[in-house]
Design a protein around this ligand. Structure first.
Ligand code: URA
Length: 192
């Protein structure tokens, strides 16, 4: 399957029935943002607010993420933001490897079309969806990885999912320093 545009991918996602998550969704959440972004952020899966609005990171974790992005000097308007899984898992459980696998082609095509310099992977599900192998996120957090996924070559920078530093304040400094590092790597290029 090839897609000509992010809108084409989004149309397919909203009609997708490749796993059972479609049964419980109000809205699929394809992702949004600058189609020419130098930075793509990948989260885990939509929660209740995202499912209600069809937009990524609009609930509490999203507000926390926006605040930390802006502390790091990154404007959400400049980036593209999406999730490993595009439909809400029931009761906000973690998406299964099967669900992540069914959704991965959409993520890969989004990345092919946006063609960012860097992909910031938020947490375990995003990092595994992007092909990282690890037993604990701390093994890969805060490091850069050049990854080949199908015919896609990307640089991935894993960090915590924002819900983790939101819940554990002692992790906030590390989360912020990871975001500042991303800003430093991209520099002025963050705005295309
Ligand atoms: N958490 C995520 O991983 N993604 C969202 O869109 C919202 C919360």
């Amino acid at each position: 399957m090839t897609y000509a545009s992010l809108e084409d991918i989004a149309s397919e996602i909203v009609a997708c029935t490749k796993c059972d998550l479609f049964r419980g969704r109000k809205n699929a959440v394809p992702g949004e943002g600058n189609p020419g972004a130098k930075l793509v952020i990948v989260g885990e899966a939509p929660g209740r607010n995202e499912d209600a609005m069809g937009r990524p990171f609009v609930g509490n974790a999203g507000k926390f993420l926006d605040r930390y992005l802006s502390l790091a000097g990154i404007d959400r308007k400049d980036i593209f933001i999406t999730n490993a899984v595009k439909c809400r898992p029931p009761n906000n459980r973690k998406p299964t490897p099967f669900e992540i696998g069914q959704c991965r082609p959409y993520l890969i095509y989004q990345l092919k079309l946006v063609n960012p310099r860097l992909v910031l992977a938020l947490g375990v599900s995003a990092s595994s969806s992007l092909g990282m192998k690890f037993s604990h996120l701390d093994e890969i957090r805060g490091k850069l990885f050049d990854i080949k996924l199908d015919s896609l070559n990307i640089t991935v920078y894993p960090t915590y999912h924002p819900s983790f530093p939101m819940r554990f304040p002692s992790k906030r400094e590390t989360f912020l320093s990871d975001l500042k590092r991303v800003k430093e790597i991209l520099g002025k290029e963050i705005r295309s």
